[in-house]
Design a binder for this molecule. Structure first.
Ligand SMILES: *Cc1c(COP(=O)(O)O)cnc(C)c1O
Length: 378
């Protein structure tokens, strides 16, 4: 043998407190669920659980959409699943950009052969509905509106109900990113008239990363089944995935579902039903107000105006004279606390403090405030 085994042993991760833009802290109950025995992905016991996950997700998304399931992949795969299925070459798509994730939507539109009409807003501001209205007015041929509900790069929340209403008035479908909002602030798919939405398991649902809940309206599904060109991605083609995730008739093999991570998502969603959506939203808001009071008492100010501020993603300006990288490395090394850095134009200027899911608790707020007070008071 020419390759000797490397002297590597089991990996034992440090115990961190995760208060960045995701992943969020995963409660032991969810990790324990994931440690249960692996069974076959076509085992009737497993397919029964898949049906339960679909029902639980319909509750989380507040939708009656039949086509609601977790894509096997991170939020980015949920994003691509929406775009590759709904955007056909030559389709005009109004894309709203007010941060990093809107920029990724634009990239998806281009790669699908769509014609993007970009509506830009400042980083830290929500999407302006009047600009979206003007874009549809100038491009009545637009078939889709794509926007990010909760921009994790800045902490701004956009008025999804207003955008959904505009798109429908112009006969367009809507694609909404709700990776950071699902479970943290209201996501009302049917009430807002959203046709396709994707989220992630590791933000306000407090599960491990790697699964992306998605939901599609009948209008969206109709567009997918009547495409004139095949979906360019085999893995994400809903026409094929449906044979596996659909409850109708017998299930056919498409890919091997990530069995144990799905146990985790199931448990996370059961926990959400036990708490209730309204109470989960209220808990995120209450903990946000407590964190805000403490940060402002230290003289820090928020990037986003109060009206558009996300409770689960607190973007604040780094105090003058504090070294960003040095302070965050002290938080990690001395306090085992992870917070997020700024992205793009906001790099080095802001911190992004997450209060997502299980992390939105008084203990976390108190610990975070104590740790930050220590590192900014050098
Ligand atoms: C985290 C995030 C994503 C991407 O999710 P991944 O699981 O990292 O692929 C997409 N959109 C938003 C708004 C996010 O916060």
């Amino acid at each position: 043998m020419s390759f000797a085994p490397p002297a590597i042993h089991s990996f034992l991760p440090p115990h961190r407190t995760l208060m960045g833009p995701g992943p969020s802290d995963v409660p032991a109950r969810i990790l324990q669920a994931m440690a249960r025995p692996t069974i076959g992905h076509l085992d009737p016991a497993f397919t029964d659980m898949m049906e339960q996950i679909k029902s639980l997700l319909r509750y989380a998304f507040q939708t009656g959409n039949k086509l609601t399931f977790p894509v096997s992949g991170p939020g980015s795969v949920g994003m691509e699943t929406c775009f590759v299925n709904l955007v056909e070459p030559g389709d005009t798509v109004v894309v709203c950009i007010n941060g990093v994730f809107g920029g990724r939507m634009l990239e998806n539109v281009k790669r699908c052969g769509g014609i993007p009409i970009v509506v830009e807003d400042a980083w830290g501001a929500p999407v302006d509905p009047s600009k979206v209205e003007a874009a549809f007015d100038a491009h009545p041929e637009a078939k889709i509106l794509a926007f990010v509900h909760a921009e994790t790069s800045t902490g701004a929340q956009t008025d999804a109900a207003a955008l959904g209403e505009i798109a429908h008035r112009y006969g367009a479908l809507t694609i909404m990113d709700c990776v950071t909002s699902l479970g943290g602030t209201p996501v009302l798919i049917d009430q807002w008239g959203i046709d396709a939405a994707y989220s992630g398991s590791q933000k306000c649902l407090s599960c491990t990363p790697g699964l992306s809940p998605v939901t599609f309206s009948d209008r969206a599904l109709d567009k997918v089944t009547h495409r004139t060109s095949p979906v360019q991605s085999w893995f994400m083609d809903l026409n094929l995935v449906l044979g596996y995730w659909s409850g109708d008739g017998k299930r056919t093999y498409h890919h091997t579902a990530p069995i144990n991570p799905l146990y985790g998502l199931h448990e996370a969603l059961v926990m959400l039903t036990e708490e209730g959506l309204e109470r989960a939203w209220e808990r995120h808001r209450t903990q946000h107000l407590a964190l805000k009071a403490g940060l402002e008492a230290m003289g820090m100010t928020y990037v986003v105006d109060e009206a558009a501020r996300l409770p689960q993603l607190n973007s604040v300006y780094i105090p003058h004279g504090v070294d960003d990288a040095a302070a965050r490395s002290r938080l990690l090394n001395e306090f085992n606390l992870e917070i997020g850095a700024g992205l793009g134009a906001l790099a080095g200027k802001i911190w992004r403090i997450g209060l997502m899911g299980y992390g939105a608790r008084p203990e976390n707020v108190a610990y975070c405030l104590k740790a930050i007070a220590t590192v900014v008071d050098a």
